[in-house]
Each structure stands twice: as C-alpha cells, then as structure tokens.
Design a protein around this ligand. Structure first.
Ligand code: ZN
Length: 383
C-alpha cells in the first residue's frame, strides 16, 4: 500500500506531498481507497460531505459499527504519514482479523479535506458531516485561484448541493478510532511505540488585516511612510513572546502582501495566526496581545474548544494496548466526531523526528506494525 501511495502528489523539488482536497491528485487517492476496499469485499459509500466509508457488514441492519480510518489529503509539502498511516493501518489490521468472528459491522473511513490546505477550514469533511460547518459557508469558500469549494466538488464528481449534516451516516458510527503518526516527541521521550490520546487542546485561526499606503521604496522618506510590514513584525515577535508568557504555542505561518514588490512599500499585509494551548483563556489572551501589538483586532476564522475523548474508551484502549495517554495540540477528525457526541479515540504511532507537516515526518516500520497490531486488537475488542 505504501508503494502505491508514495508517488501520488509528491513534489519533485521538496520531496513533500501536495494532496489538496477535490483536485486530480485527490481523485487518485480516493480511487486508490476504493480499490483497496473493493479488493477486500468492502462496500464503499460516499456521505453527503464527500467522506468515503468502506463497510464490512451491514450498518443499517446490524449497526452502529466500529469505524477506523483517517484522511489522505496533506498540507503544502506535507509528509507521507499524516493521514495515510491511519488508513493503511486500518486496512492492514482488518486483514489480520478473522472477519467471520465479528459481531458488529466495521468500516474504514477516508475523511475529505482534513488539512484545510486548499479552502482554509481544517476538518471540513467531518465538520460538514456533523453539521458544525454551515454548508452555504463551505460551498462559498475559495482557494487561492478563486475556485469555490462547490465548484471543486462538482468538478470532482461530488454533488455540492447535497452537502449537509448527514444523519444516516452519523447513525451508523458506534465508535470511531483514528490511528495517527505522533506530531511531537512525547512517545520518543517515554520510549513507547504507541500512545492513546487524552484530549485535543483548544485551537483556532485568526486573521490580521494590516493596512498602510503603497509607495516607492527609494524616494519615500522614512518619516513619510505608512508601512504595514512593521506592524506585522511586531505581531510576529509578540506571538512568540505572548505564547511563552501564557504557556501556549502561536504561529504566523501564512502571509499575503500587496503589491508584493521588492521595491514597493506594501499597501496591505494580511497575516494568519494559529494559536493553541491547554487552556482556552490563555489562547485567547495570546490572540488579544498579538492584535494589540499589531494595532488591530484579530478576526477569528475558526475556533475549536478543548475536546476530551471518551474517557471509558480511552482508558480501555490504554489498558488493552498497555499504552501511555497523551494530550495533543493538533486537531483531527476524531476530535470533531468526539465533540459531536460520538465515542471516539485516537492512537498515536511514535515519530522519531517529532516533526510533522513536513517531509521529515517519519515512523519506523516496526512501530507502524505495532500500530497495525493495536488496531487489530481494537477490532477484536470492540467489534
Ligand atoms: Zn492528520
């Protein structure tokens, strides 16, 4: 399965992946998913949001079922493991189980547009499925070329008019378990190949609209300039300082500069701030401090409160798998489902570099196989 996926959406220059939602690359990944599922005799259905579900057994007659899975899309220049490891491991785990002994239906899910790399909203597929993302707002989201999500879905053969909270699909999910490469070094520090998620930190994205006046970089005296890049510099430095003060993390990772010329003072700088931490109030304090440093009010584009995973399920998995319990700063589809009241859990596979959303992200084969064995235990225990 890795060999089949390895070339899809890989950038020759960086070695990273560019697998964006509803593109021709995404279509190849979804086709791969269908092929793997149908080769195993699973029935593949798409929900209203465009997430794919490969079912063993009949979730209508015998459900709700156990669902494993993750996503196949990536951030810009992402790594090979974030997303695909959860889906590949789920297929491999199902191969290890005697399916005739299962009492509950089991599905493998492939969530659409988890990273939000193209349209700016992370976990768009699961948010649409559960109804926390308004369908009209989603359809109108645009990518950098001005293509709307509705147009992109339609071009990929998914009907955007049908996108809405999907009761039928939600009813079928009894339990969701997402395996994911760890996005940090906690498992390295604890010398453990696997961990179980405790909670997802509250997190959000904010936009800073910094306005100035375009002018000539050579002829305009310093005293006469209105340069929004200076406000940006203050904001970036304050993001770091405020995060240290409040015990959070904060990142300015995306910018839009107008007119974006080397010899032009910018007229407008738009910056995006990502902030996360264990406590919501601390995250909000960082955002307020950054806005003050930049002289603007940060515009909230998304906010996800702290998500606690199902405590009974978490403790049961930690016990069965003898794995440590970890908190995470990354959002996931499992968190969206948990917030919607579905019993959900996550397993993390050790990442020796601790790096993710980068080609440096890694997992050793032995640890990946431990993850497969763990998911097979999950199927045997819960289904
Ligand atoms: Zn992921």
């Amino acid at each position: 399965m890795w060999a089949d996926l390895a070339p899809v959406g890989r950038d020759g220059g960086t070695g990273g992946y560019r697998r964006y939602a509803w593109t021709s690359t995404d279509a190849l990944l979804r086709e791969w998913f269908r092929g793997e599922a149908e080769g195993r005799g699973l029935e593949v259905v798409s929900d209203r949001a465009g997430n794919l579900w490969a079912w063993h057994g009949d979730p209508e007659a015998d459900g709700p079922g156990l669902v494993l899975g993750s996503h196949l899309d990536s951030v810009p220049d992402g790594g090979a493991f974030d997303g695909p490891l959860g889906i590949v491991s789920a297929f491999a785990a199902l191969d290890r189980v005697d399916r005739s002994t299962l009492r509950r239906p089991v599905a493998i899910a492939c969530f659409a547009d988890e990273e939000g790399a193209r349209f700016g909203v992370a976990c768009a597929g699961s948010r649409l499925l559960t109804g926390v993302l308004d369908p009209d707002r989603a359809r109108a989201l645009t990518d950098d070329d001005g293509t709307t999500m509705a147009e992109a879905m339609a071009a990929a053969g998914h009907d955007p008019a049908g996108v809405d909270r999907d009761e039928e699909t939600l009813r079928r999910i009894g339990t969701f378990v997402e395996l994911h490469v760890e996005q940090g070094r906690a498992l390295v520090d604890q010398s453990a190949p696997l961990g179980v998620a405790e909670a997802i930190w509250p997190h959000g994205r904010w936009r800073l609209d910094l306005l100035g006046r375009a002018d000539h970089a050579g002829t305009t005296r310093l005293a006469d300039r209105n340069d929004p890049m200076l406000a940006l510099a203050n904001a970036v430095l304050e993001a770091r300082a405020a995060a240290e003060r409040h015990g959070t993390v904060a990142t300015v990772g995306k910018l839009r500069v107008r007119p974006n010329g080397v010899n032009a003072i910018p007229s407008e700088v738009t910056a995006w701030l990502d902030a996360r931490g264990p406590l919501a109030d601390a995250v909000r304090a960082v955002v307020a401090d950054v806005g003050k440093a930049a002289g603007v009010t940060a515009v909230e584009e998304s906010w996800t409160p702290s998500t606690d995973f199902d405590a009974d399920l978490r403790d049961r998995l930690a016990d069965v798998l003898a794995a440590p319990v970890l908190a995470t700063g990354a959002g996931h589809d499992a968190g969206i489902l948990a917030a919607a009241g579905i019993p959900a859990a996550m397993l993390f596979v050790r990442n020796p570099t601790g790096v993710s959303h980068s080609p440096a992200e890694h997992a050793e084969t032995g640890d990946c196989l431990a993850g497969v064995a763990a998911l097979a235990r999950v199927i045997e225990t819960l289904a």
